[in-house]
Design a protein around this ligand. Structure first.
Ligand SMILES: [Zn+2]
Length: 316
């Protein structure tokens, strides 16, 4: 799902809860009306409220009718109690008291709306619960080339500010194993999520599995995977080149995904250990021409010592 679709879903859920709460209250109210005492006092309260409004409109003293309303209301409470009910029962029980399940407080989005959007974004992101790093954790000093690391960090921050602000819809990070590509992608994905962008993080081994499911799945599963890969605002594919290729299946789907995303100008971020020659050999001309051999992709090579070895030595 992209962000707009997520927002629409959340909004529809909230409005659904509102209708539900009001319907439940109506049902209990009509049930209470079956009691003639309740019906009489309810009618009297409504008549008195109108009477009070008329008096106030004419500039008169509504004190007396006001006392009457207070008395009637306490009588209503009494009748309800005798029926095992309270006034709350015949009022809608909104799940959010702030916005009364409208999703808005004034013109601003209610916090319940915003929280639900954020929750759904994270649920759809496919990031594991252990992957919580952001750019705050990105330490330029662990890179051999600190200038490059700084530029990479700035690029990442610019993407978060505006994912369309790249030269092209594809960002390719290539470099040897362990130079920090996955860590950068993890930070970038979390920053995008925090900024409310619908991002999907897809390790390549999982990608290939999902593409096979896409090929073999039911129509419903196909639609779901379409949402996962094509509709998200930013697709992050980590470690492309390490996954098994199911010939003519996963390759075909991957090509289509990349083509559609480029056409829609939606950002796809890919990391790989493969050189351009290896990439061509593995994925063929069509995908290579979309990702490696094109001006519409921003290609960055990360050259660094193996950070994982540093970590194992306890240096980090
Ligand atoms: Zn609310």
């Amino acid at each position: 799902m992209n962000k707009t679709e997520i927002e629409n879903k959340v909004y529809n859920d909230i409005v659904g809860r509102k209708q539900d709460a009001e319907h439940q209250a109506d049902v209990r109210y009509y049930k209470a009306l079956q009691n003639p005492d309740f019906e009489a006092v309810d009618k009297a309260i409504r008549a008195s409220i109108i009477e009070k409004a008329k008096i106030e409109f004419d500039g008169g003293d509504a004190g007396q009718v006001n006392d009457k309303i207070i008395n009637l209301k306490s009588k209503r409470d009494e009748i309800l109690r005798s029926m095992g009910m309270t006034l709350q029962d015949i009022r809608p029980q909104y799940s959010c008291p702030l916005c009364k399940d409208t999703g808005f407080v004034g013109n601003a989005r209610c916090s319940c709306f915003q929280n639900a959007v954020t929750k759904l974004l994270f649920e759809n992101s496919n990031l594991s619960s252990a992957m919580t790093h952001t750019f705050k954790d990105f330490d330029c000093n662990v890179y051999d080339n600190k200038d490059f690391a700084k530029k990479l960090l700035t690029l990442g921050k610019n993407i978060v500010k505006d994912s369309k602000n790249l030269r092209g819809p594809v960002l390719l990070l290539h470099g040897k194993v362990g130079v920090g590509k996955t860590f950068f992608l993890e930070c970038l994905s979390n920053e995008l999520l925090n900024a409310g962008v619908a991002v999907v993080f897809m390790p390549a081994f999982e990608l290939s599995q999902r593409l096979l499911e896409w090929h073999l799945g039911t129509l419903e599963e196909k639609n779901l995977l379409q949402q996962v890969f094509v509709d998200c605002d930013v697709l992050v594919i980590d470690d492309l080149g390490t996954e098994p290729i199911y010939q003519n299946v996963s390759l075909e789907y991957l090509q289509n995904i990349i083509d559609i995303r480029i056409m829609k100008n939606k950002l796809t971020v890919i990391s790989t250990n493969l050189t351009s020659e290896e990439f061509l050999e593995r994925y063929g001309d069509r995908l290579n021409s979309r990702i490696y051999m094109t001006d519409s992709a921003l290609k960055l090579e990360i050259v660094n010592r193996d950070l994982r070895k540093d970590k194992n030595n306890g240096k980090k």
